[in-house]
Write a protein that binds this ligand. Structure first.
Ligand SMILES: [Zn+2]
Length: 446
């Protein structure tokens, strides 16, 4: 057993082996075809066409090693969750290089066989959606097996009898680590195989491996890793495969600050898989206990928002004041709405703005007729006069600004407060003078 290189050296090496073309918000089969071909040409790697999707796209398995210990990972069962697909191709790029054996051990190929099914749901990937082409969530099809992709995964598990399984997904960017208000850049779970949440030998090993992976990744992003709770999900693959005696590990890639393509989660997936591979070979996972696993903080769903406005002052018609926080989420690209209002001290924001002393202006619409030109300068002038939306009979595509604009057919009522699900377009004043605005997720001072 060679000593593992220091964590920073490992990260540097992972970055050096990443496929540059896969730094994208979405991945389809066409995006990974060249990388699959390149990997298939490497001596150590076998590419197997294991079947086709509902619409006939190929689904491949990449395998490395000939050892008795069998590991099986599968990625992108949900078409719009591509992070681990890139990560597993990066991992194989490294593992296929003899120069990288120092990270594991010289003879690791005779101890382990690692199989990776990359992009189990290419049809969903093509449409950038969760479900397959039948509209079925493959991860709720573990019992009914009505999808060709689900049947393929079930067949692979039956044929390969893996000791350890890695179920690799992406989670909502609003998951926070409990108690920290930080994003959960990776989340882990050793899914239960029955409703009573029993822990047998396989599940214990999954939890021990997770404790080791958690320790490995925590070096890079302290406090940014969470754990899902143990709720049993009968129809899901993780829970079902865990019931077959496989030590099953769910890893959900999540967000990080200033990381829209989840490249941090991508690299950390490789760190985690390396740690697991090493721990399996050396059996070092045995040093971890259930307490180590449960010491990982639980995730909080919607524990984060995109923009958090803190301590906003509002005034009623009599001039009485009250205070609130406003959370805003970009629900569609370029379109943000209010997520929540009130005391949001338990929420974190990817961006937090202290609005102490700023008073929310009433909604105020500027009426335009078609043919009236609205320039960038004019729009800024309108904002500085307290207008937060533009009123026009038809949708105007001729407003010449790159700042988000809220267009309405009729003026919004004066007291359109920050109600949930309403567009996030607010002008704030300092005493009497408008001085700044939140326009979708765009903060502007003037
Ligand atoms: Zn998923």
């Amino acid at each position: 057993m060679t000593e593992q290189p220091a964590a920073d050296t490992l990260l540097k090496r992972i970055t050096a082996y990443q496929w540059p073309a896969l730094d994208k918000p979405h991945l389809t089969y066409a995006d990974i075809a060249a990388e699959l071909k390149t990997l298939a040409e490497r001596d150590r790697i076998t590419l197997t066409h294991i079947g086709n999707s509902f619409q006939g796209q190929p689904i491949h398995r990449l395998s490395i090693g000939q050892g008795p210990l069998t590991l099986l990972a599968w990625t992108q069962m949900h078409g719009d969750e591509p992070t681990a697909t890139a990560a597993m191709l990066d991992l194989l790029a490294m593992l296929s290089e003899p120069a990288c054996d120092d990270i594991i051990s010289d003879n690791w190929l005779s101890q382990v066989t690692l199989h990776i099914i990359v992009m189990l749901n290419p049809d969903g990937a093509l449409q950038q959606r969760r479900e397959n082409a039948q509209g079925i969530d493959i991860n709720r099809d573990a019992r009914a097996l009505q999808t060709p992709e689900g049947r393929l995964l079930e067949q692979q598990v039956r044929e390969l009898h893996p000791d350890v399984g890695f179920n690799l997904h992406d989670q909502s960017r609003y998951y926070a680590v409990g108690g920290s208000k930080k994003p959960a850049t990776l989340s882990f779970l050793a899914p239960p195989f029955n409703a009573s949440g029993d822990v047998d030998g396989s599940r214990l090993r999954a939890k021990q491996l997770i404790a080791g992976m958690y320790e490995a990744v925590s070096h890079f992003r302290p406090g940014q890793f969470g754990r899902y709770n143990d709720t049993y999900a009968h129809r899901c693959f993780g829970d079902t495969i865990a019931g077959c005696g496989v030590s099953t590990i769910l890893i959900e890639s999540g967000a990080d600050y200033h990381d829209p393509n989840r490249q941090n989660a991508r690299a950390l997936n490789v760190v985690a898989l390396y740690a697991a591979l090493n721990a399996c070979i050396t059996q070092r996972y045995r040093q971890y206990t259930l307490d180590d696993y449960y010491a990982i903080a639980e995730n909080v769903e919607n524990g984060l928002c995109d923009v958090l406005l803190k301590n906003v002052t509002q005034e009623n018609e009599a001039g009485d004041r009250f205070y609130c926080d406003i959370a805003v989420n970009e629900t569609q690209p370029g379109h943000a709405t209010v997520f929540a209002t009130g005391d949001l001290t338990e929420l974190g924001g990817f961006r937090e703005i202290d609005c102490n002393g700023l008073i929310l202006c009433n909604a105020k619409g500027f009426c335009t007729k078609s043919g009236d030109a609205v320039t960038h300068e004019h729009y800024q002038e309108l904002l500085s006069q307290g207008y937060n939306h533009i009123v026009s009979q038809e949708n105007r595509g001729d407003i010449a600004t790159d700042i988000p604009v809220l267009q309405c057919q009729t003026p919004l009522p004066d007291k359109t407060g920050p109600l949930p699900d309403t567009p996030a377009f607010f002008v704030f004043r300092d005493d009497e003078t408008p001085c700044c605005a939140l326009l979708s997720t765009h903060w502007l001072t003037f």
